[in-house]
Design a protein around this ligand. Structure first.
Ligand code: HEC
Ligand code: HEC
Length: 401
């Protein structure tokens, strides 16, 4: 884990020195490095991303917001993005496995802090939010629609909004068949024009949904108040914590090593780790996470390097060409954000734990046999008392209340 530390410590050296850092700070230099890295706004994009040229377009954002809750984009007319990413549930659905037309194999992550993700889905099978949005629209078990069916809905119900952003829709959509997508028989019989134009419409609406998702800022929580104080006065920030929160923060930053993966303002490094979770009767044993995700990303026609990207030869597409598949990726999943975490259970990629207490018991004991690969060696059993666990829990509550 030296490399993670090096990145975090490297970061401190290029930020302006804190007024109160050094000898007078109640935080060690290493703790300050982690805290300084958390100061970046959670809503600040992690890097420039020109693969979606509509990202900051206000009309695209409004259309995206409308479509995020539009059930008419699903095959049965009953499911939208917001069915599984519910506003009232912190953009998740309180299920171990999300359910659309069928039960899916994973738990819906919150969309909070999405701007600071580099890879999307638990396995990183997409490298942009617009690539990601296309998945549920067409997947049989989720919304189950198709690009041709979606084109009809857009033409019938959202024509005006769509055309004001993306220009005229093809004028012969009425003569297209009712539905069609590459995974269903009959696609290759469609004319090239229908194939390309229906794909373009679906990509455009995915880009407008992406633009909307980028406006979802995490709510201001006690954790942000603490960081605000820390910016100007370390001692005042320290004093603002209760003694139990202080102890929790200490365990999070030091002995628990949580911050090595749950780093930065969203408390996620956005990378993939195998934390060694064992089998669950309700989960597919063949879910190997990141290892498969890399293959899926490479062949995804909607990745950043593809023809639908607005910057097919930028930073993001270069990154795809540098990805290597390695056996250590077996069983790795993306580190989730810990913002709003008190409200986003059940936890882990397959809803392995109902409560945060259970998650903490797991990190303390590590008493499961990994289904795939081996557990990241950063994780070692912790000799924590129930007071220590309570302290971490009260620290985590600060990100959620
Ligand atoms: C049936 C429930 C369901 C529906 C409907 C659904 N999602 Fe999801 N969403 C999930 C699940 C489950 C995952 C995790 C998928 C995975 O890892 O393979 C996910 C992952 C995501 C992610 C990745 C977040 C991250 O941090 O990696 C985004 C973004 C997202 N969904 C947005 C959307 C949008 C936009 C729509 C509508 C077009 C949508 N979802 C529809 C269940 C759903
Ligand atoms: C080696 C990296 C790593 C370390 C260290 C680590 N985590 Fe995690 N954490 C992850 C990953 C990866 C997941 C998701 C695992 C999965 O679903 O397979 C996760 C999941 C979680 C979740 C569930 C969140 C959700 O929304 O599902 C919580 C809570 C959590 N970690 C807290 C902690 C705490 C507290 C510590 C320190 C005691 C810690 N983590 C240490 C990588 C790490």
């Amino acid at each position: 884990m030296l490399s993670v530390n090096a990145i975090v410590l490297g970061f401190i050296s290029c930020t302006p020195q804190q007024k109160d850092s050094g000898e007078t700070s109640p935080f060690t230099l290493e703790e300050q490095a982690h805290l300084n890295y958390m100061l970046i706004q959670p809503s600040e994009p992690i890097e420039a991303d020109a693969t979606n040229m509509y990202r900051n377009n206000p009309d695209a954002i409004s259309l995206g917001e409308l479509l995020f809750s539009a059930t008419d984009l699903s095959k049965n007319g009953e499911i939208s993005c917001a069915s599984c990413h519910q506003y009232e549930n912190h953009f998740t659905d309180a299920l171990a496995q999300s359910t659309g037309l069928e039960i899916t194999k994973r738990s819906a992550p919150t969309l909070i802090g999405l701007q600071r993700q580099r890879w999307f889905n638990w396995d990183g099978s997409c490298d942009s939010a617009w690539c990601q949005a296309i998945g549920p629209l067409e997947k049989d078990g989720e919304m189950g629609s198709s690009r041709v069916a979606i084109s009809h809905v857009i033409s019938e119900k959202y024509k005006h909004e769509y055309e004001s952003i993306f220009g005229p829709l093809p004028n012969d959509i009425d003569s297209w068949p009712d539905s069609g997508k590459p995974s269903v028989e009959g696609w290759s019989d469609l004319s090239e024009e229908v194939q390309i134009e229906s794909t373009r419409i679906m990509v455009n609406i995915a880009k407008s949904i992406d633009a909307f998702e980028y406006t979802l800022s995490p709510p201001q929580r006690r954790f942000d108040e603490f960081l605000d104080l820390y910016k100007s006065d370390h001692q005042q920030a320290y004093d603002s914590l209760t003694s139990i929160e202080r102890h929790g923060l200490d365990l999070f930053l030091n002995e628990g090593r949580c911050v090595l993966c749950h780093s930065g303002s969203t408390l996620s490094n956005g990378e993939f780790h195998n934390i060694g979770l064992g089998e669950r009767t309700w989960l597919e044993p063949l879910d190997i996470g990141r290892y498969d995700g890399i293959d899926m990303l490479r062949v995804n026609e909607f990745n950043s390097a593809g023809q639908w990207s607005d910057e097919p030869d930028g930073i993001k597409s270069n990154r795809i060409s540098r990805l290597n598949q390695k056996t250590e990726q077996l069983g790795q999943f993306k580190t989730p954000t810990l913002r709003e975490v008190s409200h986003t259970g059940p936890y882990m990629h397959g809803g392995h734990f109902e409560t945060l207490e259970e998650v903490l018991q797991y990190y303390v004991n590590l008493n499961e046999e990994p289904v795939h690969g081996h557990r990241d060696e950063t994780l070692q059993p912790l000799a924590w008392s129930s007071e220590d666990i309570d302290a971490i829990l009260s620290f985590l509550q600060m990100t959620s209340e």
